[in-house]
Design a protein around this ligand. Structure first.
Ligand SMILES: N[C@@H](CCC(=O)N[C@@H](CS)C(=O)NCC(=O)O)C(=O)O
Length: 203
């Protein structure tokens, strides 16, 4: 399998953490693909018209995106304990947590893009900042339940969002006001799959 990959992308990291957790990482060939919101990537768009990574190309040419779809595919390749529970309340909780982590990441990326514009929009900056605060408050309420429940795709998505805060917003200390989330993230960061996928700013 070929994965359009970057060491900076938190969504790619999510896929690679899942692959490591499932013992599938060595079946994936990572191809460095540089994407940017303002520069459509013509070659990548032949496989993914959204011009986004992660994009996974299977050996038979089938193309999969985005990260939830790729993670679901990887989870189908093994017979062990699933990252995405098959049914019931556990499945809904895991998928909702994945949506929280992914959505948190979406507006962190938007916030970063906005900050880098020549003339950032105050209303956009304020809105993304409000949502970031709200996501952290919601996570602090959920941190104990997260710690107490079996590891799922939801844990991976939330962990990737918090790690991205450290990677790109490192000067903003989120831990002081969110101690339970910080404690959970410490455990997450110690997992071998997470350590094997540390982001690198090679720009
Ligand atoms: N919902 C997508 C989001 C992927 C995404 O936003 N990836 C970023 C890199 S971290 C990207 O490709 N950005 C390029 C662009 O927005 O054109 C997923 O879960 O895979």
């Amino acid at each position: 399998m070929k994965l359009h990959w970057s060491p900076r992308s938190p969504f790619v990291r999510k896929v690679m953490i899942a692959a490591h957790e499932l013992g599938l990482a060595d079946r994936i060939t990572c191809v460095r693909t540089v994407v940017a919101t303002t520069r459509p990537h013509a070659e990548l768009m032949e496989e993914n018209p959204l011009s986004k990574i992660p994009t996974l190309v299977l050996d038979d040419g089938t193309v999969l995106y985005d990260s939830p779809v790729i993670c679901e595919y990887l989870d189908s390749l093994h017979a062990g304990r699933k990252l995405i529970p098959a049914d019931g309340k556990e499945r809904m909780v895991a998928l909702r947590r994945q949506a929280l982590g992914d959505g948190f990441l979406d507006f962190l990326l938007l916030l970063r893009n906005e900050r880098e514009r020549a003339h950032p929009s105050d209303v956009h900056l304020a809105t993304f900042t409000t949502k970031r605060k709200a996501a952290l408050v919601a996570l602090e309420r959920e941190a104990q339940a997260l710690a107490a429940s079996p590891f799922t795709i939801g844990h991976i998505a939330i962990g990737c969002a918090l790690s991205y805060l450290d990677f790109r917003f490192g000067h903003e200390d989120w831990r002081a006001e969110h101690p339970r989330t910080a404690g959970w993230h410490r455990e997450f960061a110690a997992r071998p799959s997470v350590r094997a996928t540390e982001p690198i700013d090679d720009s």
